[in-house]
Design a protein around this ligand. Structure first.
Ligand code: ADQ
Length: 483
């Protein structure tokens, strides 16, 4: 058996150049965090972009960038700043991302961006073809590379290709508005197996294939003239043991380094002992419902004033896609909302919201997950949402309450959480109260069930499952051909 070639827009590592030195840091984001353990344990290479534009890399450092990537079994694809603008910030993040998350009003249809999308997908396809060995398996990830499976298949018709989409696939009525809908579907159908987080996304995709391309669908298979493409759902898990072990270690041996987060948490623990902590963590993205969440928290303090000085929202937003106007506006809106609520409710001893706008090391995430009584996760739309799963995994004594939006793919698996509609303020506010008052025994009862499920369907299991299904699909295809 050959190696696996993983391809995603971004590599799991990010390279920065400062004063002629290369600085390598891990990438933040669901895909990178999730797939890293699969990559580290198996025989695979990972092809993707480092986050630097071609113009930012001096000629004499190009080889060092590749070398740094190679140390982690990665191959760096270089994008020019124009490609980054049109392919990444353009078509990927101003067309596909908002459309697939049902934000029609944010969706732009720009033919120039579409051209760049095709061109850059071809660039990634060429990089794959350059490294493709005879028995290799190709595993393509996510919405930036929807055309890749077919581009690879055209050059190499017998190669085994899997594709996994990490974001929702919208309903046919929304998807059909895309001017390049046929090309996108054809691109994806170059794969042998197409995976989604949930059954609903899978059905939306199949319906679009049927209505737009008029292909026959046989339950969860698309019948092409020369091949069958299987479509299935694989809800992505987390590296459960990694989170669990880190939380156990944290409990035994709280760290002594004084990061600002740690200082805040220490202050919280020792000075405001009876204040409960509600946690909110996401990339700063309009799909995550952050602004609504802050409003709901403000409304909670108004509706239940007895909680003033008794509860605090600790909010972490990771900078993301800062070149896209909607993200800049959202950042401004959040800054203002936090300021307004803190201004309205703060007292000498208490600030209702602690807000951090930055990425942070894994250990700090564990600090936050471990210290929080409630996790408030209220996306408007979210393919899966790994933060919800990570929070539950780190609750070593099984306490803690997860409030989760029904619009997150994760809600299908985590029914023991308090499930809310992110547009229903009253429901969010009452769930916050319910969570803060929930007896410990009830918390433990719910979390035990959730943890068992997360442990069983970890990210390793998810990757194994996908790969096994891919092999079976291809074996069936080959047997069918030899009959
Ligand atoms: P994302 O939209 O990035 O992922 P999510 O699934 O929540 O969302 O993953 C975020 C990841 O980043 C988590 O693993 C979390 O630990 C990490 N993270 C968050 N804040 C951080 C911080 N401040 N510093 C460091 N790390 C941080 C996309 C889709 C999701 C889908 C995933 C995986 O949008 O719906 O769940 O891919 O398929």
């Amino acid at each position: 058996m050959g190696k696996t070639i993983i391809i995603s827009n971004r590599l799991p590592l990010q390279i920065n150049i400062s004063e002629n030195d290369l600085e390598v840091t891990p990438s933040v984001g669901g895909l990178a965090t999730g797939l890293k353990s699969f990559h580290q344990e198996g025989d695979s290479i990972w092809i993707g972009w480092t986050g630097l534009s071609a113009e930012e890399i001096p000629d004499d450092m190009k080889e060092s960038v590749q070398e740094e990537a190679r140390k982690q079994a990665c191959i760096a694809v270089t994008l020019t700043s124009e490609e980054i603008e049109k392919f990444y910030y353009g078509f990927s993040n101003r067309t596909i991302w908002p459309l697939f998350h049902y934000f029609m009003e944010y969706t732009e249809f720009d033919p120039e961006h579409w051209e760049a999308y095709k061109q850059v997908n071809q660039k990634y396809a060429d990089a794959v073809l350059e490294h493709l060995g005879e028995d290799d398996t190709v595993w393509v990830h996510d919405y930036q590379l929807l055309l890749l499976p077919d581009m690879i298949r055209k050059k190499n018709p017998t190669v085994t290709i899997g594709f996994f989409n990490h974001i929702p696939f919208p309903s046919y009525e929304v998807f059909r508005t895309l001017p390049w809908r046929e090309e996108i579907l054809q691109g994806m159908l170059g794969a042998d197996l197409i995976g989604f987080h949930t059954y609903d996304y899978e059905r939306h995709f199949l319906r679009s294939v049927n209505r737009i391309l008029r292909y026959d669908i046989n339950f969860n298979a698309v019948n092409l003239s020369d091949r069958i493409v299987k479509v299935d759902s694989f809800p992505m898990g987390i590296d459960y043991n990694k989170f669990r072990d880190a939380a156990i270690k944290h409990k035994k041996q709280p760290r002594s380094e004084n990061t600002d987060i740690q200082k805040k948490l220490d202050y919280h623990k020792y000075v405001t002992r009876d204040t409960q902590l509600i946690l909110s963590i996401d990339r700063l993205d309009y799909t995550k419902g952050i602004a609504n969440r802050i409003r709901a928290f403000g409304y909670f303090l108004e509706k239940y004033p007895e909680y003033q000085e008794k509860v605090r929202l600790i909010m972490l937003a990771v900078p993301s896609r800062t070149n896209v106007p909607q993200y800049q506006l959202l950042k401004k809106e959040i800054d203002e909302l936090v300021g307004r609520i803190n201004g309205q409710f703060a007292t000498v001893n208490w600030t209702p919201i602690w807000y951090f706008y930055r990425s942070m090391p894994f250990e700090n995430l564990i600090d936050l997950y471990s210290a929080s009584d409630v996790a408030l996760i209220t996306p408007i739309r979210d393919g899966m949402n790994l933060v919800a799963k990570e929070y539950v995994a780190t609750r070593t004594d099984n306490t803690g309450v997860l409030i989760l939006s029904e619009m997150a793919g994760a809600a299908h698996e985590l029914n023991e959480a308090l499930i809310i509609n992110p547009n229903n303020f009253e429901q969010i506010v009452d769930s916050i109260k319910l969570a803060l008052q929930m007896p410990k025994e009830e918390q433990v009862k719910r979390n035990k069930v959730l943890q068992r499920r997360l442990k069983r369907y970890s990210v390793e299991k998810w990757a194994q499952d996908f790969m096994q299904n891919l092999r079976e699909t291809v074996n069936t295809r080959n047997e069918f051909k030899t009959i």
